[in-house]
Design a protein around this ligand. Structure first.
Ligand SMILES: [Zn+2]
Ligand SMILES: [Zn+2]
Length: 281
C-alpha cells in the first residue's frame, strides 16, 4: 500500500517535470538521471563484454581513445566519462550503450581515416547525448525502473528486459528520426573537435561499396536503420554547409532572447521587444 502511494506520488511528480536536453535544444520527459544511467550502462556493459571480443591491440586502442576523447570533449554530455572499446570484429559497425560505453569494430577502424572514424564516434556519442537509449529504456522498463528509483534497489529492474531492449537496437539500429539526429550531431561534434565532417559522407560511401561487394540482402547495421544511404548523404551534406555557416542543425523548441531573457516558441526568430536574434535555450 505504502509502495503504491509512493509510486503514484512519483508518477504525478514526474508527469509535470521535464528536463532540458542540450543536444536537442528542447525539454523532454526524462526520469533516469545521470548516475542511474551510468549504473544501468555498467550492468549492460558487463553483459556486452560476454558477447563481444574486446581487442587489446595497443595501437588501435590508443588511436580510438585519442580521437574519441577529443570528440567527447566537444559533445553535449559533459556529465559522463566516455569509455571506448575496440571490438574484434571485421564488420563495419559501431554502437553505444547508455552511460557512455562506445564500441567500434576493428574492421571499421582499419578501413576508416581519422576524420571518418571521428564522425562514426561522433554519431555514437550523438545517440548517447540525445539520450536515445535512455528514452527507449524508460518506455520498455517504465514501471520497474520507477520502482527501483523510488526504493533505490536494483531488484525491481527487469535486467533481462533492459538487455533485450539494448541488444535489439544494437543489432537493428534505432528509429529513423533517432538516426537522423545522431547524424546531425555527428557533423556538429566532429566539426567542433577539429575533424573534417565530410568524413561522415565518405564513410557512408565506403559502407555502400562494402555492402554491394558482399552482396548482402541484409544491410550492415550502421546503416540498416531506415533512412536510405543516399538520403543520409544528402542531409549530411546540407548539415555540413549549415555548420560551416554557423547555423543550427537541430531546431530547438524553446528560444530565448539573450538581451531581455524573454522566452519564445520555435517559430520566432527575433525578439518582439528589442529585435535581438533569439538563441536556443
Ligand atoms: Zn546510429
Ligand atoms: Zn528581447
Amino acid at each position: 500500500m505504502k509502495n503504491l502511494l509512493v509510486l503514484s506520488f512519483l508518477l504525478i511528480c514526474c508527469g509535470c517535470a521535464s528536463v532540458y536536453n542540450p543536444a536537442l535544444g528542447k525539454n523532454e520527459f526524462i526520469f533516469i538521471n545521470t548516475p542511474q544511467e551510468v549504473a544501468l550502462g555498467k550492468a549492460l556493459n558487463a553483459q556486452m563484454k560476454l558477447e563481444v571480443a574486446v581487442s587489446k591491440d595497443e595501437k588501435l586502442n590508443t588511436r580510438l581513445k585519442t580521437i574519441g576523447t577529443k570528440v567527447a570533449f566537444n559533445s553535449d554530455r559533459q556529465d559522463l566519462r566516455f569509455v571506448f572499446n575496440v571490438a574484434n570484429d571485421k564488420e563495419l559497425n559501431a554502437f553505444a550503450l547508455p552511460g557512455g560505453f562506445i564500441y567500434i569494430n576493428s574492421g571499421l577502424m582499419e578501413q576508416a581515416t581519422d576524420d571518418e572514424l571521428a564522425c562514426v564516434i561522433a554519431h555514437e556519442i550523438g545517440h548517447v547525448a540525445a539520450k536515445h537509449s535512455v528514452k527507449r529504456l524508460q518506455v520498455t522498463l517504465g514501471y520497474s525502473i520507477l520502482l527501483s528509483l523510488v526504493f533505490n534497489e536494483a531488484k525491481y529492474v527487469d535486467t533481462k528486459k533492459a538487455i533485450d531492449t539494448v541488444f535489439n537496437y544494437v543489432a537493428l539500429g534505432y528509429s529513423r528520426s533517432d538516426e537522423r539526429q545522431a547524424d546531425a550531431l555527428a557533423v556538429k561534434y566532429a566539426y567542433e573537435a577539429g575533424f573534417n565532417p565530410e568524413g561522415m559522407v565518405s564513410f557512408f560511401r565506403k559502407l555502400e561499396t562494402e555492402a554491394k561487394k558482399q552482396g548482402r540482402s541484409r544491410p550492415l547495421v550502421f546503416f540498416s536503420s531506415h533512412p536510405p544511404i543516399n538520403e543520409r548523404i544528402k542531409y549530411t551534406q546540407e548539415n555540413i554547409e549549415k555548420i560551416k555557416n554557423n547555423q543550427r542543425l537541430i531546431d530547438c523548441d524553446i528560444k530565448i532572447c539573450p538581451k531581455c531573457k524573454r522566452t519564445y516558441s520555435k517559430e520566432f526568430n527575433y525578439c518582439e521587444d528589442d529585435g535581438e536574434k533569439l538563441t536556443c535555450k
